[in-house]
Design a protein around this ligand. Structure first.
Ligand SMILES: N=CN[C@@H](CCC(=O)O)C(=O)O
Ligand SMILES: [Zn+2]
Length: 420
């Protein structure tokens, strides 16, 4: 019997389905589910057929795309970004070149704090337009779901402004967006000697953030000169009481014990983890807290010690990857580039990398049921790549390999033509 679809992708070289029950860990992270010579049927924004070419010769569609044996995958999931911010920080490049450490720039009122100033001065409308531009770019690079954190307000007005921009993006942008409240991102100059008072103010926002459904997660930057493990524990415990999921910027620069804390609190994810101890890694494996690794940040901060992804995978931690897109420590929307850095610096295999940017990344932001897999009945978030196989993406670096992005069954991006 013939079946009518809206779009059929035929002649797919490799179709990564990422079929799995739950996130991947341990040995399973090195295994990838894919179909060679596949066909994919999309109707009403959903995946309606996944299978071998020869199984289904009778699919009819308004649009048939010949994939010419290219790679087709689920849309990428970016589980850690700071994509709503004012200004930019290109002036910090010279400081970086002089070797001024990231935390010193922050201590001198620069870094995060200079973006806070710019974000406070930028209107909600302007922030929305700026972030729309960044999300459009992410989409063109193959990302169809992303998390966005606040944290460049550090006062009630601007934190709410950022969160409202994110909510508007959730409503208006084609991309699926998950919102995280990161009011505890730095200590503002107004509270330099009163960090506890500042945290109390941020706790004071929990009720409103919850009621207006402005965020699903609460995050904190646990770091030397920012918030201690004790302060973070107290803050996150309160967030938990309000029903927020927990995320933590943990052990990015100094190994303070944020990894252990994340596991103990049952955080959904702990992010960065460059300085995680053996004990912390073991605890993460036991708790099921996802490690969101951000190797683009380590690269961009000019550091040579990266998160111990191999150890984490061997110990059974659920490992995922993100851009950490932000104006200071990782100004890139490009997850493809992160995949290359993960291969070269984290020594992750291509299979592990693909699991990390799809199924595991979706799990890190509570989207396991919706994103990161190509399965019957799922939303049709699909990328056609100008690549012969999945190993090619981390290998050929620094360019955009995306040919076509389909989001919820709609073609939203196609590689542009050059008229010569
Ligand atoms: N480390 C803390 N926060 C961000 C950086 C923010 C910034 O530098 O503006 C991060 O995840 O890397
Ligand atoms: Zn971050």
């Amino acid at each position: 019997m013939t079946e009518q679809m809206d779009i059929v992708l035929m002649n797919i070289g490799q179709l990564l389905t990422m079929d799995s029950q739950g996130p991947k860990k341990g040995k399973a992270m090195g295994e990838l589910e894919f179909i060679e010579g596949a066909v994919l049927g999309i109707k009403d924004g959903e995946i309606r057929f996944v299978g071998k070419q020869e199984e289904k010769k009778d699919l009819l569609a308004a649009k048939i795309i010949d994939c010419e044996r290219k790679l087709v995958t689920p849309g990428l999931v970016d589980p850690h970004t700071h994509a709503v911010f004012g200004g930019s920080r290109e002036h910090e490049m010279a400081l970086k070149q002089q070797g001024v450490p990231y935390l010193d720039i922050l201590k001198q009122g620069g870094g995060i704090l200079s973006t806070v100033e710019a974000t406070r001065e930028t209107s909600e409308m302007e922030l929305f337009e700026k972030s729309t531009f960044y999300l459009d770019r992410m989409l063109s690079l193959g990302t169809t779901t992303a998390e966005i954190k606040s944290g460049y307000g550090l006062n009630e007005d601007t934190e709410l402004k950022q969160l409202r921009v994110t909510k508007k993006l959730q409503q208006k942008h084609a991309m699926d967006v998950v919102s995280t409240f990161l009011g505890a991102h730095a200590i503002p100059p107004s509270h330099r000697d009163k960090p506890d008072e500042f945290l109390q103010e941020m706790v004071g926002m929990f009720q409103q953030v919850k009621e207006e459904q402005l965020a699903d997660y609460v995050d904190i930057f646990t770091e030397t000169g920012v918030f201690t493990v004790e302060q973070s524990k107290e803050y996150l415990s309160k967030a938990k009481e309000y029903g927020f999921g927990l995320k933590i910027h943990a052990d990015e620069i100094d190994p303070l014990g944020g990894t252990e804390m994340a596991a103990e609190l049952g955080a959904v994810s702990a992010d960065h983890l460059v300085g995680s101890t053996d004990k912390g890694i073991k605890k993460m494996a036991q708790s099921g807290t996802v490690a969101v690794l951000l190797p683009g940040t380590t690269f961009y901060l000019g550091k040579h010690t990266y998160a111990r992804a191999r150890k984490m995978i061997d110990e059974g931690v659920i490992v995922s990857l993100a851009t950490d897109f932000n104006p200071g420590s990782s100004p890139t929307e490009n997850l493809q580039l992160i995949m290359t850095i993960a291969a070269l610096q984290l020594k992750m295999s291509p299979e592990e990398i693909w699991n990390a940017v799809t199924v595991n990344a979706a799990h890190a932001i509570g989207k396991s049921e919706e994103a990161g897999q190509i399965m019957m009945g799922r939303k049709a978030d699909v990328v056609i790549w100008d690549a012969p196989n999945y190993k090619y993406i981390p290998y050929h670096y620094g360019v955009n390999h995306v040919n076509t992005v389909i989001k919820k069954g709609r073609i939203l991006y196609q590689r542009g033509k050059i008229y010569g």
